[in-house]
Design a protein around this ligand. Sequence first.
Ligand SMILES: *Cc1c(COP(=O)(O)O)cnc(C)c1O
Length: 428
Amino acid sequence: MSRLLTQIPGPRSQELTARRKGAVAAGVGSTLPVYIDHAEDGLLVDVDGNRLIDLGSGIAVTGVGNPAPRVAAGVHEQIDRFSHTCFMVTPYEGYVEVCERLNALTPGTHEKRSVLFNSGAEAVENAVKIARHVTGRAAVVVFDHAYHGRTNLTMALTAKAMPYKHRFGPFAPEVYRVPMSYPFRDGLGGPEAAARAFDVIEKQVGASDVACVVIEPVQGEGGFIAPAPGFLPALSAWCRERGVLLVADEIQTGFCRTGTWFACEHEGVVPDLVTTAKGMAGGLPLAGVTGRAEVLDAVHPGGLGGTYGGNPVACAAALGAIDTMTELDLNAAARRIEAFVLPRLRAAVGADGDVRGRGAMLAVEFAAQTPEVAARVAAACHASGVVVLTCGTYGNVLRLLPPLVIPDDLLAEGVAVLEKAITEGVGR
Ligand SMILES: *Cc1c(COP(=O)(O)O)cnc(C)c1O
């Protein structure tokens, strides 16, 4: 059960916010500035003793639970043996095992290789490095509403100026943006939307100059936009026929979030490269690039790496997290969350917006392309102790990323708060 002892944020959190102002750069935001003391499955307990329902999982990270017993056990066991050697200096088994799991779990039965990094952005950067190296081509194609990170190259790949790119340029060159399939807004079927994108690439870039197309199979920060059926398969076929690598950025969608190991599986698409991070290691920083063996092995030894990439403690956490996903069948859990939440939200939203999503990656896009309604609904949820996030190019999307292990009663309690906040937020 959730429980509020104070207003949100409470007095202790407010003290910490004041202290933070003198210590932490103002450029780092916090959606809900309650300071967390500890977590229990589906609940965040703050320093004032308030128990908040977590429908965000730290942005799709702690799907396996927080804390998750197998993740914690793996971390404890590893940190007591050694914390770091640098895989590029003296390697260790955990890194190899995480790569074996990635190779087995990502779409396609072909021979694969993986390489590990610290963050999602770093994985995306490396996917582009690999694609350019292998193809000998420079251009990278990305989509409207895309989000791929905050480093220089990934800012260039990301669509939204504010807050991600504003005054942070100049950006990396040879990045081309094309229209995304956005069924709620463009009404196009998948093949038509794909043809529109191909036309832009062929006329403005030239397919033979394109190293890779990078796409989130369901867009995350851009608004939980799932392309119309047929869009991803058409893109995959177009890439294959032209020697362009298809990079699926599954950083937010991967590891059971959408009810399958990876979101590409919903349409049987097998990408050349897959980037992973967020949900993979139960909260420890770990990311990966996985792909066709001949692509990954084409890069010269020493060309890929990093001091901390595939840190042994993060690898141990990932192995514990992946075991948890298998043992608890978290793909089925994500589908159960979808089946419970989607109809309830559809009824609450009615004609005032679009309710969509797959598995435990669900969203409401309010009809007006302005942030006010979503902000109002999120604020009402926060005041009632339910942590929800917003997203979307227009800031008009409310998104849910509940932990996949959330207990049924807690999910029902959170959704009831959300229903009330929506009804009031749209002014009914
Ligand atoms: C979060 C995210 C990233 C960036 O990951 P970081 O670990 O924050 O660098 C990249 N792509 C997608 C789709 C994401 O959701």
